[in-house]
Design a protein around this ligand. Structure first.
Ligand SMILES: [Zn+2]
Length: 315
């Protein structure tokens, strides 16, 4: 897999306001692409801490650029708060949509550099920015994308082995399949009630299963895959802060494919997550006693490779 050719220019600005904010602008110039990364620290943050945070955030942006060939936005803004005593390196995060899109993170740096860089939350959040916000009615589509790509981006950027990434995806499907308290509600009806019902596992991992099934459907028809379609959509139609419904998004990324629209409607009506065993097998992923094993034959390896990076980026 080819790493994007990168040069970074760091511009540090110290903004003295009522709350001391250190704004850091990183210009990341990829081969055909520029993305401005703006980092705001909510507390005094030492140079060593800043370096650790910068490297991590740069890695998140790069993982998306690596998958799509370019980061989908010209500018992204991160706000970072520090905490201590959290059980994980990123105890809280929230997407910020608006004129400049970005992410608010709370981090506990005491878990160390490696734990921060491999943690799923960072990749989950950055994956949200791969598409515009589809709104709460279609939250499964957005959370599904983030849950699916939190694994694929980590494999593609080398933070997880393929084995670890697929195991994490499968474990997610298992958690989703066990969350069947609200099986009187279709995914479409459950989505807007997500916070009342707390059916997070079903909604998130049902969405992830949709994307995996979508990839299989596309590849079976000789299509280059979802990353290529997301890239094309972002190149033609994306601007910061835009909002599209799930229906519009699916139409936009698969205008030519009635089978994709049919798959989307089928998933909307599902009342529980059934483990997508057949779809996993299409990608050479089989399960024994809850453990995944990967078929390393070229045919299967290539099918999986298309999920990590668009083909034109391959070496
Ligand atoms: Zn999310």
């Amino acid at each position: 897999m080819k790493k994007p050719n990168q040069q970074f220019r760091f511009i540090r600005t110290l903004l003295l306001s009522s709350a001391l904010l250190i704004g850091l602008l990183i210009q990341s110039a990829l081969a055909n692409d520029k993305v401005q990364i703006d980092i705001r620290y909510q507390q005094a943050t030492s140079t060593a801490e800043q370096q650790q945070i910068e490297q991590w955030l740069q890695g998140l942006v790069d993982s998306v650029a690596h998958a799509l060939g370019r980061f989908p936005l010209d500018r992204v803004q991160f706000t970072v708060s520090k905490t201590t005593g959290a059980r994980e390196p990123i105890p809280w995060a929230e997407i910020k949509r608006g004129r400049v899109e970005g992410i608010r993170f709370t981090v506990d740096l005491r878990h160390g550099e490696k734990a921060l860089q491999t943690n799923w939350t960072g990749y989950h959040e950055i994956a949200h920015l791969m598409i515009p916000y589809p709104g709460y009615q279609d939250i499964w589509l957005s959370e599904g994308l983030a849950s699916y790509y939190q694994q694929m981006l980590r494999i593609g950027s080398g933070q997880l082995s393929e084995q670890q990434g697929w195991q994490a995806l499968y474990n997610g499907f298992v958690r989703g399949s066990k969350d069947n308290r609200n099986d009187h509600l279709s995914l479409q009806r459950l989505s807007p009630k997500l916070h009342q019902t707390r059916s997070f596992m079903r909604v998130y991992w049902s969405g992830a299963a949709f994307y995996l099934e979508l990839e299989a459907l596309l590849q079976q028809q000789g299509d280059a895959g979802l990353l290529r379609r997301i890239r094309a959509y972002n190149d033609c139609c994306r601007y910061s802060g835009m909002r599209v419904s799930g229906e519009q998004l699916i139409k936009a990324i698969a205008a030519d494919r009635d089978d994709v629209k049919a798959l989307y409607r089928d998933h909307q009506q599902r009342r529980r997550l059934n483990l997508p065993i057949k779809t996993l097998a299409y990608f050479g992923v089989t399960i024994n006693d809850g453990k995944v094993s990967l078929n390393k034959d070229e045919e299967y390896r290539m099918r999986r490779q298309r999920l990590y990076q668009i083909e034109s980026q391959w070496e």
